[in-house]
Ligand binder design. Structure first.
Ligand SMILES: Nc1ncnc2c1ncn2[C@@H]1O[C@H](COP(=O)(O)OP(=O)(O)OP(=O)(O)O)[C@@H](O)[C@H]1O
Ligand SMILES: [Mg+2]
Length: 254
């Protein structure tokens, strides 16, 4: 662009630049580059073992990339302790397993990180946590322990917990795959609301309807590589690559 010729950064909120992930020298994610704009919802789909979870974990350095860079708002992250702390603050993550503390109430689970890692005063953290629980439809469960909640409710508490850090990006790794369809639907509805509010999201999912309806773009991965990226409608309805076609045929005819 004229006048910006010195700038190499895009206006992406999150950028992956040549990201590789390796476990003990064995590379399982190869050279993935992807820009995610503010407010964009990107669904990551593909067969088991494609490297979707590995890539997602590389984004917030739970599994540091073996090569390549992660940039948040144009700044490279993960190099120093400080930038790692900032990254963990700015990038919320929700897993298949909820990992809530069983001895704490829903409210206490949601308050924990803001108080302990951000140093938010308790009363303020409590207000914020209540707001997030209301946001996921669980204001009435504030004082309940996770074991007394359904799987769908526990997952929504986990979403509230991530939101309480006021992240810039939310990463989801198959958040509904351990839930029966009805409870999964509650969680998907919450995610749909978040997307509608403009949250930037990267979602690994086997829910093809969710990918098609809620995501702006879909990334199809196989064998550790991005095979095809397109707008959700195009990729889901008119996949170009034979590998994508094969995958979509298989999941739809299941
Ligand atoms: N901690 C680990 N140590 C060694 N290898 C791993 C580890 N985690 C994943 N792998 C390997 O990396 C590859 C990619 O796995 P990954 O879990 O990222 O795939 P995925 O696309 O998320 O699959 P799924 O849909 O089953 O969750 C697989 O071959 C897997 O066996
Ligand atoms: Mg996975």
């Amino acid at each position: 662009m004229q006048g910006r010729s010195m700038s190499t950064t895009s206006n992406a909120l999150l950028s992956l630049d040549g990201v590789c992930v390796a476990y003990r020298q064995h590379e399982v994610v190869h050279d993935v580059s992807l820009d995610v704009a503010a407010g964009e919802v990107v669904a990551l789909i593909g067969p088991s073992g494609a490297g979707k979870s590995s890539l997602l974990r590389a984004i917030n350095f739970l599994e540091p990339p073996s090569k390549g860079r992660i940039l948040l708002e144009g700044r490279e992250v993960g190099g120093t302790r400080r930038s790692l702390d900032a990254l963990r603050r700015d990038v919320g993550m929700v897993f298949q397993s909820f990992n809530l503390f069983p001895h704490l109430t829903a409210l206490e689970n949601v308050m924990l990180a803001p108080v302990h890692t951000l140093g938010v005063p308790t009363e303020q953290a409590r207000d914020r946590a209540m707001k997030q629980l209301a946001h996921v439809g669980l204001a009435d469960h504030a004082d309940v322990k996770p074991s007394k909640c359904s799987g769908g409710q526990q997952q929504r508490i986990a979403i509230a917990r991530a939101l309480a850090m006021e992240p810039k990006v939310m990463l989801f790794d198959e958040p509904t795959s351990s839930l029966d369809p009805e409870l999964g639907a509650e969680v998907l509805a919450t995610m749909r609301t978040l997307a509608g509010e403009g949250m930037t999201m990267v979602v690994v999912t086997h829910e093809m309807h969710f990918a098609e309806d809620v995501a702006d773009r879909v990334v199809f991965m196989a064998d550790g590589r991005v095979v095809e990226v397109n707008s959700a409608g195009k990729l889901m309805r008119d996949p170009k690559h034979p590998r994508t076609q094969r995958f979509l045929d298989a999941v739809r005819n299941r």
